[in-house]
Design a protein around this ligand. Structure first.
Ligand code: UGA
Length: 447
């Protein structure tokens, strides 16, 4: 099939490359000339494992190309996918739909023959209706159907998620469009990926509800972690015990510094607005957002505590800056709120991230960037692991101890066993874990 993908951002580019890999003929259109030129040279605008090879091989084999101009590409396409950004609108938290509507108008002008318009961007309920209205108004003669087909990719695992989805959601009320979508995803039928046909509005809500639920699950375990710290329990044990109940499930129960990224913060805020507008307040999600925002800054208190409550003038080494591993994305990363709070307390910050430092420079100021975790720890009073990159999972702790002014480790992702680290002479603080020192003291008291 011939597909026009409007938008070469995260979702657009990954989906375009994967559909091309299925054998479809895909042209990815973006109005950012620099981005299109770079893609034509085989250079990726984002860091995503496996993406570069996938784009290059499909481009070489002629199934994937890039263009600045939408008109001719849309005219030839049987399926037009809108995958432009829907950032939070400044000030009010609503999803900014101006790029989606602009794309709808531009697409309408070039439609020819029956065309399925697929909205892939995450959009509030009712946006599909508005896209259909805009197209119908711009081109009363056009033969088209609008489908909502939300994407559930995770950054860092996007290609795998695309090829092995938990489900594919197709929201539309048009039989012809449904048939076209079935053909489009046929290669995944063979992998037995469940396809869920719904009404368009349900598909739009599924995306927000799924992200809000996952954000809630994380926030829930984060609050349980706070309780664990007070009562001397280990949140990892609690999460395992809870998650083994099939009705709950073990995923997304890792306590940490709070969720970040380009999706959960934006989509939870947008869902709150949708609920308010439709007189169905989403009070659980409202609380999740408030608790998560507060948590990111509160992590600075944990670092201060590891410094004996006196962070002023101290040097803090932060390893891991991106909102999660395997991405260069800094959007809403807990590292930003944490570093800002530590700087407000008068601390000096050194930092290292395997791929996110360029992006970090735009989001942070007065940070000394280093070229390895060890140079980052040099002269530091405490080392803080904010993002669980693989390469931080087996750090040479003895070497770190040698270069640090004071051996203290704040492990916001619970990567290390507390006992082992403390045995090496470090002060250790995890998230939702009993203090080993306390356990020792308690044992001593009991004996
Ligand atoms: C999320 C969803 O997982 C995808 O299904 C969805 O398609 C995507 O948003 C989107 O709407 O486009 P993503 O933002 O890439 O994907 O990242 P996640 O892996 O979900 O992680 C989000 C945040 O939650 C990260 O900051 C991560 O560190 C945090 N997290 C995740 C935890 O703190 N604990 C967990 O157990 C899981």
């Amino acid at each position: 099939m011939r597909i026009a993908m409007i938008g070469a951002g995260y979702v657009g580019l990954v989906s375009a490359a994967c559909f091309a890999e299925f054998g479809h003929e895909v042209v990815c259109v973006d109005k950012d000339a620099e981005k299109i030129q770079a893609l034509k040279r085989g250079e990726m605008p984002i860091y995503e494992p496996g993406l570069s090879q996938l784009v290059q091989s499909n481009a070489r084999e002629g199934r994937l190309s890039f263009s600045l101009f939408l008109a001719g590409v849309v005219e030839r396409a049987e399926v037009v996918m809108i995958a432009v950004g829907t950032p939070s609108r400044r000030g009010d938290g609503y999803a900014d739909l101006s790029y989606v509507y602009e794309a709808a108008r531009a697409v309408a002008a070039s439609l020819s023959g029956f065309t399925v318009i697929v909205v892939k961007s995450t959009v509030p309920v009712g946006t599909g209706d508005e896209v259909a209205r805009i197209i119908g108004e711009t081109r009363p003669d056009a033969d088209f159907a609008v489908v909502s087909n939300p994407e559930f990719l995770r950054e860092g695992a996007a290609i795998r998620d695309f090829k092995h989805p938990d489900r594919i959601v197709i929201g539309c009320e048009d039989e012809r469009a449904r048939e076209t979508m079935a053909q489009l995803y046929r290669p995944l039928y063979l992998n037995a990926a469940p396809i869920l046909n719904t009404r368009r509005r349900a598909a739009e809500l599924i995306k927000y509800a799924a992200n809000a639920f996952l954000a809630t699950k994380i926030t829930f375990i984060n609050e349980i972690a706070d309780l664990c710290e007070q009562i001397g329990a280990d949140v990892q044990e609690v999460a395992r015990g809870v998650g083994l109940d099939n009705r709950i499930g073990s995923k997304f129960l890792h306590a940490g510094p709070g969720f970040g990224g380009s999706c959960f913060p934006k989509d939870t805020t947008a869902l709150i607005k949708i609920g308010q507008d439709h007189r169905a307040p989403q009070r659980i999600v409202e609380t999740v957002v408030a608790v998560n925002d507060q948590r990111k800054r509160a992590m600075a208190g944990k670092v201060a505590e590891a410094l004996g409550g006196k962070p002023r003038g101290k040097t803090i080494a932060i390893v891991g800056l991106t909102f999660k591993p395997n991405t260069d994305d800094m959007r809403e990363s807990p590292a930003i709120a944490l570093i800002n709070a530590l700087q407000d307390m008068g601390a000096r910050v050194r930092a290292y991230d395997p791929v996110g430092m360029e992006q970090a420079k735009a989001a942070l100021s007065d940070v000394t960037y280093c070229d390895s975790p060890y140079s980052c720890a040099d002269g530091a009073d405490v080392l803080v692991i904010v993002t669980e990159w693989e390469q931080f999972r087996a750090l040479d702790l003895a070497r770190l101890k040698q270069v640090m002014t004071r051996p203290a480790l704040v492990d916001l992702r619970n990567v290390y066993p507390a006992e082992e680290v403390e045995r090496l002479g470090f002060i250790y603080r995890g998230v939702g874990r009993p203090l080993f020192e306390l356990a020792v003291a308690e044992l001593a008291r009991a004996s």
